[in-house]
Design a protein around this ligand. Structure first.
Ligand SMILES: [Zn+2]
Length: 228
């Protein structure tokens, strides 16, 4: 019994490492060879959707919205506005409580509820069943390359600066130090100094950064993600 439980836990852990953290077989990393970015926005529709649509329209930009079924059901009017504006709508599953998806029958219903070409698991969570279910349902798993980390309590300028840095060709490591910057600062922690370029007096904080890998060409909605 204990051995069986151990094997199950091992299988779940391995699946998540291979398919979420390494992004094997998913759209996960955009090409740095071409100046293209795919913008994706998750967890909607929400109270910010209309403002977001207005901003995208003002800049003439199309994006992909990974919607959750339970939110789409509450605001079909917003779903229609996203569609009318010509954006791509894809599946973020029915619910957003990733821990519930550890039960295969819950995950199946969650993934089968909303037809789409692409499926983005909540928080990227992968069980041993996620990829087989996606295959049966005819959905391709789409993860992401860079996260905006907009859930952090930081000004938009700092979040944007970090994203723009990593979007440059060949940028994988930490940003270069600026003249006069504390040499010790770049050694500690994650490779981003979100405080660079902030107004004087703003606290300097480091942002965690988790790159994801993919062998897929950039045909799908990989790229910058708003939230997971
Ligand atoms: Zn999400």
């Amino acid at each position: 019994m204990e051995l069986a439980l151990g094997l199950v836990l091992l299988l779940y852990g391995l699946s998540d490492i291979l398919f979420r953290f390494l992004g094997l077989g998913a759209y996960a990393r955009g090409s740095r060879r071409e100046p293209k970015v795919a913008l994706t926005f998750d967890d909607g529709p929400s109270e910010t959707t209309e403002a977001l649509l207005a901003l995208l329209k003002a800049h003439g930009v199309k994006a992909t919205f990974f919607l959750t079924g339970e939110r789409a059901k509450k605001r079909p009017d917003l779903v229609e506005k996203i569609r009318e504006a010509g954006h791509q709508i894809e599946d973020h599953g029915q619910i957003h409580q990733a821990w519930k998806l550890l039960l295969p029958w819950v995950e199946w219903r969650h993934m089968a509820e909303n037809p789409a070409r692409y499926y983005r698991p909540p928080h990227g969570l992968h069980t041993p069943f996620t990829r087989p279910f996606a295959r049966i349902l005819g959905k391709r798993v789409a993860l992401w390359d860079l996260e905006s980390k907009d859930w952090l309590d930081l000004p938009p300028e700092a979040l944007a600066e970090r994203l723009l840095y990593y979007l440059r060709p060949g940028k994988r490591g930490p940003p270069p130090r600026r003249p006069g910057e504390d040499p010790g600062a770049s050694k500690a922690g994650p490779p981003q100094d979100a405080g660079a370029g902030l107004p004087a007096g703003h606290p300097r904080r480091a942002l965690p950064y988790t790159p994801r890998a993919s062998s897929s060409p950039d045909q799908g909605p990989s790229g910058v993600q708003r939230a997971v």
